[in-house]
Design a protein around this ligand. Structure first.
Ligand code: C2E
Ligand code: CA
Ligand code: CA
Length: 243
């Protein structure tokens, strides 16, 4: 896999309280010469096994930070870029240094970057995770907990780690409002987040019914096909000017 064939797509994150785009999640794509555009599920596992995920993760972080710096330069001062961190990358002892260096190189203020972590990553080596997260918070970087509700870890880490946002997993969002259990879980995650002074975002929002349910529950942010699919950088900028 050559790095020049990978690219980032951007999916808008919508603030439903203020009705505005607050940023984008960076989602990696591989433009394969024969097989066309490949999704992460088709190559991330291979990259993880081969160790290439480290290099790939660095590239994603760098590209996302330079992209967000460009938004700033274009006067889009409110936007945040959200980057997925793999477990392998999070385990690297120099992750915080890498982020600091990338922020310096790109000139992006730390509070314009959000990193998406998962519950499993935090529980694997809680002490090391804690130190990495503290260093990231020092730089102003925001931390979001991806796929929330699907892990098996205890909730006590929500107290211990400096998390800013919970991201309700698509598997729950898909079933609201028809399924009572998923609706109850979604509502409970919104309440849990707010009682811990955290923001909460729902991903995989595809319908008006899902959106209405989330608004009614007081969810802060949404992301999903209802608003937009992940877009190439140019299309994302166009979408911002013609929503
Ligand atoms: P994720 O972090 O949970 O990302 C959300 C996935 O849901 C994305 O799939 C996105 O395209 C998709 N999605 C967004 N809105 C909707 C919707 O309304 N309906 C449905 N059905 N799906 C929606 P994608 O891009 O295929 O990415 C899959 C996973 O690959 C991501 O899940 C993430 O875990 C991983 N990934 C993506 N980019 C990166 C990256 O740069 N680095 C790392 N380490 N992992 C990445
Ligand atoms: Ca994510
Ligand atoms: Ca997710």
């Amino acid at each position: 896999m050559e790095l020049h064939v990978v690219k980032l797509h951007l999916q808008p994150l919508i603030d439903i309280q203020q009705n505005r785009v607050l940023g984008a999640e960076a989602l990696i794509r591989w433009q394969h010469p024969q097989r066309g555009l490949l999704l992460p599920a088709q190559f991330i596992p291979i990259a993880e096994q081969s160790g290439l995920i480290i290099e790939l993760g660095e590239w994603v972080l760098r590209t996302a930070c330079f992209q967000a710096r460009q938004w700033l330069d274009n006067g889009l001062t409110q936007l945040v870029v959200s980057v997925n961190v793999s477990a392998v990358q999070f385990r690297q002892p120099n992750l915080a240094e890498l982020v600091a260096q990338t922020l310096r190189d790109s000139g992006l203020p730390g509070d314009r970057l959000e990193l998406e972590l998962t519950e499993g990553m935090l529980m694997e080596q809680p002490e090391a995770a804690s130190a990495t997260m503290a260093a990231l918070k020092q730089m102003g970087v925001r931390l979001s907990l991806d796929d929330f509700g699907t892990g098996y870890s205890s909730l006590s880490y929500l107290k211990r780690f400096p998390i800013d946002k919970l991201k309700i997993d698509q598997s729950f969002v898909r079933e609201i409002p028809a399924d009572d259990d998923s609706s109850a879980i979604t509502g409970a995650i919104v309440s849990l987040a707010h009682s811990l002074q955290l923001k909460v975002i729902a991903e995989g929002v595809e319908t008006k019914e899902q959106l209405d349910f989330l608004i009614q529950k007081g969810c802060d942010e949404v992301q999903g096909y209802y608003f937009s699919k992940p877009l190439a950088a140019n299309d994302f900028q166009l979408k911002l000017s013609n929503p």
